[in-house]
Every structure is written in C-alpha cells, then in structure tokens.
Write a protein that binds this ligand. Sequence first.
Ligand SMILES: [Zn+2]
Length: 228
Amino acid sequence: MNEPVRVVLLGPPGAGKGTQAYRLATRYDVPLISTGDIFRRNVEEQSELGLEAKAYMEAGELVPDDVVVGMVTAVIDEAHKEGKGFILDGFPRTIRQAELLEEHTVEGGFPITAALAFMLSDELAVKRIAGRRTCVVCQRPYNVELSPPREEGVCDRCTGRLIQREDDSEETVRHRLEVYHQQTQPLLEYYSERGILREIDAYADVDLVTDRAVATVERLTADASGAR
Ligand SMILES: [Zn+2]
C-alpha cells in the first residue's frame, strides 16, 4: 500500500474499539492516538496546550475543541513527518472537532482515509460491560455471560472475591450509551457524506472483527490513494 492508513474509529462502549485500535496501530506501525492518553501526556509534560487544558478542567469547564484538536494534530503532524499514518480512538467526539481535523489534514495533504464504526446494540453493550467482574486479589477479568468463573463470585485462579467496578454498573453503562448516541450519530453521518464510513459488526469474534477492519481499511485507503 502506498498511502499510509489514516483512520478514525467510532463505536459504543463495549464494542471492543480499544482492542481493535491497538491491533491496527501495531499492524501498520502507526501511532495510536487516544484523547485520554494525549490529555494526560500534555498535562504531565506541561505543554502549552496541556496547561491550557488543565486550567479549563480545574475550572470545571469543558476543554474547548480547538485545544483538543491542537493536541491531536501535534501528534498527527509528527507521524506525517515520518511518513506514517495514524489511528484515532475516541476522537473526534464532536462535529466541530471533525471539521477542524478535516481542515488540518486536507490542508496538509494527508486526509483521513477511513472511518470505521463498530456496531453493537445497546442491549449487547450492556450485557458485555455490566457482566464484567474482576478478582479483587489477582485482578483476573471475567464476564458472567461470556467467560464466567467455575463458581459464581469466586476467582478460578486464586479463589479471590469477584467484584463489579462502579464504572461497569448497568446504570453507568446506559448513561454512557446515551451520551454516545447523542454525540456520535452526527459523526457517522459526517463521514458517511464523505464516502469513507464503513460499519463493522462488533458482535462477531474479536479476530474476525480485526480481519474485517483490516480489509476495510486497506480497501478504503487504496481508494483514497487512487483518487489522488
Ligand atoms: Zn484471582
């Protein structure tokens, strides 16, 4: 493939997006850019944008889109200088961020080549996340639906007690899904209008999802380089 892969990943909590993002980034040897990590790094390193973002967060305000986009494009530009693409996980979150990202990448001559939406029904997302349990002793993860322990509430490995994290309660998951639908539906339309959105069934086996994601990214990226 001549053109580096430049990918946006979208999908609800529970869709396994983080795993797929990691696998794609490893396969293509490109940076995996997740906004959470970038925030932390910029704040830690006290970069100009990091300090700005911190001031907003400490004031209890949302970090403005241009500050978030500034942090992301700094990493993207670095990758581009090395002739590399990138995988974006959890960004953009708003139409404004998508527009700023598009402006920057189109101007720079390295537009997004593919947007993948990992699709999972709310019911399955809840089942996957609310079913998670972790051993308090050895941290081994379980899922009461998908990979239950031999004895309910007890770790197979060390007989430790299994607990559910607060973030994984059904109520929290339902709220996260609501926010996701509000924010992301417009993004699906945004990338669909640009002809680079493809939906991938995230309910399938994780390796199969990876195979489909890879095939889709390569087809779309080949199309993008053919169009240039
Ligand atoms: Zn254990």
